[in-house]
Write a protein that binds this ligand. Sequence first.
Ligand code: GDP
Length: 444
Amino acid sequence: MFNTLSDRITGSFKSLRSKGRLSASDVEETISQIRRALLDADVALPVVRSFTAAVREKATGAVASKALNPGQQVVKIVNDELVEILGGETRELDLSRRPAVIMLAGLQGAGKTTLAGKLGRWLRTERNRKVLLVASDLQRPNAVNQLQVVGGQAGVDVWAPEPGNGVGDPVAVARSGLARAEEYGYDVVVVDTAGRLGIDEEMMRQAIDIRAAVNPNEVLFVIDAMIGQDAVATANAFQDGVGFTGVVVSKLDGDTRGGAALSVRGVTGVPIMFASTGEKLTDFEQFHADRMASRILDMGDVLTLIEQAERTWDEQQQAELAEKMSEGSFTLDDFLVQMRQLKRMGSMKKIMGMLPGMGQYREALEAFDESSVGRIEAIVQSMTPAERTDVKILNGSRRQRIARGSGTTVQEINSLVERFEQARKMMQQVSRGGGVPGMPGMGG
Ligand code: GDP
């Protein structure tokens, strides 16, 4: 799902991640790479334009701010904009009437009949509703039978015209299905309708007539993710014709370029509500813009961590620490404060991985024992103020005294001092935007 797009966008971040500072041209370069990736993924041009404009505006501001590393800020901005074009908050189905009516519309082969089964199953199992599927697709020879099969798999009832009963009138079937549902106390009616391979007037008129007959709570427009640049024209035609209240993107499991999914909301303003990700009835999920954006950006926990950082960060304290770091007057006390702050955000290793220029210190980070903050605290507290300020005075006998006082070993103290020195160099380098470690000015 979105593999190529994902690789290309995340690829465009690589150069940002390794930088402590960003210039306007770094941002421009990233934006231009993202723009090409989106266009190649068949995302509609107007959507790409508004996306890149929003990212540019916010990224420029982020580069000027100093709260967190600007490369990560840009990643977060891209993520937030992706969430935005994908539709923001997930909208729930309107099931307010009884029976609530959900009508499906879309081109032939988009996946409507399959969706009827998926939705039926989902409504039954996840929403505890009694569902009736109504076969108003009388165009495609096998559609009625197919709906009966998926209805059986979904464990929900199906209303269909008697076989051999002539061609039938889909509007009449929809109407009688609704009457049936009212009579037998169904909670939700899902009306499957006919599609054509292309958009044509007759099909659209039929859909409009069905809509008028059953007055649905929701009209879900089903669109095949593989449709590419045709997505926009198709979506617009359905929006102008029958109109729809929600979008379902099907076949997101394929190695699709994903443009349809990223364009439809932007072009029509109607949110994507569900994603279909395979032929099985369980290959179906509510669409969450934020999770989809995370998948596209291959971000996993990192965004959560950035958000946690924003929540838990004490700006004032950080500003003081940052100044000490760049001055080289960073002490073990500060180290402890820093570690406690990071600890509040979660795993040290994950957090460290977000920082710029960390690659060269990865081994030291990997060796970090997450549970050691308590022991470090004990060690630091067993030191005199002078020792905390200048670890260079820590000779053998001082180390033995501290080990006894803190209930640790001399080895632990040695390793803490070593790590502290490493961290101090690293922080100083990072805060200077990638300068050379070991520059003059270090030490108290
Ligand atoms: P309809 O003409 O709109 O009713 O489309 P169908 O429901 O008959 O689906 C057309 C074809 O696409 C069928 O072979 C389905 O099995 C397949 N299909 C539907 N949804 C998905 C999906 O999410 N992923 C994949 N891989 N195939 C799907």
